[in-house]
Design a protein around this ligand. Structure first.
Ligand SMILES: Nc1nc2c(ncn2[C@@H]2O[C@H](COP(=O)(O)OP(=O)(O)OP(=O)(O)O)[C@@H](O)[C@H]2O)c(=O)[nH]1
Ligand SMILES: [Mg+2]
Length: 612
């Protein structure tokens, strides 16, 4: 097929390949694409190139995870290779599934030690269903504990398990170290660069078919920018999309109306280059079409035909977002009113496809639903960085009805654990209604697989880490809705609640240490009703953490009567969200994450508990 060229500085390339990079979280997708970019000279001379170039927003960099998929392209041997980086975390699985529609093939990366993981299975299954050509990359071969032969066997087993056909089973394999920038086809080959991988791509991924006819483009991802608003990204499936032709948009419900595309872009290297037209087989971005949405078809007005509908994942979890009403509200954040909160959530809806926001009985509270704790906590984390303050209620799974019966989301959970500790993990997961479906040896580890209600995952990571001295590693992803499994014991321990407002003292904390574990350090200022620690027993108690003499800053707490205080437990945002009970909130500000009682006043709390 031919790409039509208008602008001189564009690469003169004859062909296109569209390929999505898919894998379990952290198996090295973004690192590999970064290296491909570096080796293909798409950066300007003297351009300072950061590590993890593609994980471009702060939160992505800091956490080392990809949150949104990205489109780039590289030139190789007269071919334009469109590469789509996808997020590996299961909360973003819906996004991966959608962007697979852009591709004709996939690079399935598998860590040379870890082997296939739950998300590997999920993304491969989707790719096979769409009849995409898979290329296997056994990645991180530089790992000292690599076991490529076994991993390759496991990949074969996975293909067979997923009922791949003969053709799909006949996949090419590369061994790579994305980080060190090389790929080989035989373990004895010289480890030099990524050219062997590019050759495999060019030789194996089918060229897009140029389908003649009136144009058709379908939007699979949304982007947003304050200046131009929503941007739709998708592939042209038929004909040539020319922004000067009369064009129409066909919405999900079939409604069709005329549109003007203000700007049309294709992806070149890391940039978007403006063009007048894009031919079938290439990927593009459109600007200036109001309310453009996932699944919309853009077509020639003379013959507007819709593409098949794209399913959007339904949310499985919801949390209430409320204005911050703690005594410390407004001290650390810039945006604190319900109006701010509402505007920000509405803006988020412009591009966060799997998100839903509903009003509640109170104008200060919004019910926000998404695909998992991480999906929502990324939003909360982004908001606090932007200067928002808010309070979040405990996460609730979203129930459905199936055949008139209550059904709940079930997740597939994998725990890798040193074999001698497997028994402990099975016991803990069992208490949360987890059912073991598989047990396998993996090097010196045992890999346990369970099906468990989403509810059962709350706080599970912490319990497993504690029980295995930090050696148990768990991953989970949404599996399906099943009939309600019955009640699950929530957190059993009660909490220590601050009786007063003010700076805590080492003296007070020291004298309370045998009651439980603290979430605050001596000197931290806390308020009445704030949760300052976990109690050893199952009820809550109020504690006086401001008691006693204040230590001067000059003296270390250790010098004072040889006080030895256990370091505070500091929860991440996700851990806090998983920790809280129904009568507690997580207060989030740009500087702090605090846990508090819903009712700060002890009498109101008492009344609430009596009503329960
Ligand atoms: N040893 C080794 N480590 C690697 C290699 N490639 C990536 N890593 C490391 O693995 C971690 C994850 O790499 P990423 O490229 O961010 O992984 P990803 O698949 O994009 O992760 P998500 O986007 O979160 O799904 C980072 O710490 C990398 O430095 C490799 O070839 N060898
Ligand atoms: Mg990534």
């Amino acid at each position: 097929m031919f790409v039509v060229f208008k602008i001189e500085k564009r690469w003169i390339l004859k062909e296109v390949r569209n390929i999505a990079i898919i894998a379990h979280v952290d198996h090295g997708k973004t690192t590999l694409i970064d290296q491909l970019l570096k080796q293909s000279n798409v950066f300007r001379k003297n351009q300072v190139v950061q590590e993890q170039f593609l994980d471009s927003n702060d939160l992505e960099r800091e956490r080392g995870i990809t949150i949104t998929s990205k489109n780039i392209s590289i030139p190789y041997k007269d071919v334009k290779v469109n590469l789509i980086d996808t997020p590996g975390h299961s909360d973003f699985g819906g996004e991966v599934e959608r962007v697979l529609k852009l591709a004709d093939g996939v690079l399935l990366l598998v860590d040379s030690f870890e082997g296939p993981m739950p998300q590997t299975r999920f993304v491969l299954e989707k790719a096979l269903q769409l009849h995409l050509k898979p290329i296997i990359v056994i990645n991180k071969i530089d790992r000292p504990d690599n076991r490529p032969e076994e991993v390759l066997d496991e990949i074969y087993d996975l293909f067979i398990d997923l009922e791949a056909n003969e053709n799909q089973l006949d996949f090419p394999v590369a061994y790579a170290s994305g980080k060190n920038g090389w790929a080989i086809t035989d373990m004895d080959d010289e480890r030099k660069d990524l050219i062997p991988l590019l050759d495999i791509i060019i030789d194996n991924i089918p060229k897009p078919i140029f389908e003649e006819g009136s144009s058709q483009m379908q939007v699979t991802t949304l982007d947003y920018n304050d200046y131009v608003g929503r941007i739709g990204v998708g592939r042209v499936f038929r004909g040539i999309l020319n922004k000067k032709n009369p064009l129409s948009i066909i919405k999900r419900d079939g409604l069709t109306h005329g549109i003007n595309i203000k700007q049309l872009f294709v992806f070149e290297g890391l940039e978007r280059v403006e063009v007048d037209q894009v031919s079938a087989g290439d990927i593009c971005a459109i600007v200036g079409v109001e309310n453009v949405d996932i699944g919309d078809t853009i077509a020639d007005s003379e013959n507007p035909e819709p593409m098949p509908i794209i399913a959007i994942d339904e949310p499985t979890i919801s949390m209430n977002f409320t204005v911050n009403t703690s005594p410390f509200h407004g001290k650390e954040g810039k945006y604190v009113t319900s109006r701010h909160l509402n505007d920000r959530l509405q803006k988020e809806l412009q591009q966060n496809v799997a998100l839903q926001v509903e009003d509640t009985g109170s104008p200060d509270t919004f019910k926000v639903s998404g695909r998992g704790i991480l999906h929502l906590s990324i939003l909360i984390e982004t908001m606090r960085r932007e200067g928002y303050e808010l309070a979040i209620g405990s996460p609730k799974v979203i129930y459905k009805e199936i055949d008139g019966k209550k059904a709940e989301p079930i997740e597939s959970l994998v725990v890798d654990v040193p074999s001698e500790l497997a028994g402990k993990v099975i016991e803990i997961v069992g208490q949360k209604k987890g059912e073991m479906v598989k047990m396998e040896q993996k090097g010196s580890l045992t890999k346990l697989e369970f099906h468990i209600p989403s509810r059962g995952l709350m706080g599970l990571r912490n319990r497993i880490l504690t029980a295995t001295a930090g050696e148990g590693i768990m991953h989970h992803r949404f599996y399906q809705y099943e009939y309600f499994k019955g009640s699950i014991v929530q957190r059993q321990s009660g909490v220590l609640i601050s009786m007063h407002t003010g700076a805590s003292t080492a003296y007070a904390i020291d004298s309370l240490q045998d009651r439980g574990k603290f979430f605050i350090e001596p000197g931290d200022t806390v308020y009445q009703g704030q949760v300052v620690g976990e109690y050893n027993k199952d009820n809550d108690i109020e504690v006086h953490v401001q008691r006693g003499k204040k230590l001067s800053n000059m003296r270390s707490s250790g010098a004072d009567k040889a006080i030895k205080i256990t370091p505070a437990i500091i929860f991440t945002l996700e851990e806090s969200l998983e920790y809280i009970k129904d009568d507690e909130l997580v207060e989030v500000t740009p500087e702090s994450i605090r846990i508090r009682k819903l009712y700060l006043d002890p009498n109101e709390r008492k009344r609430y508990n009596q009503k329960k």
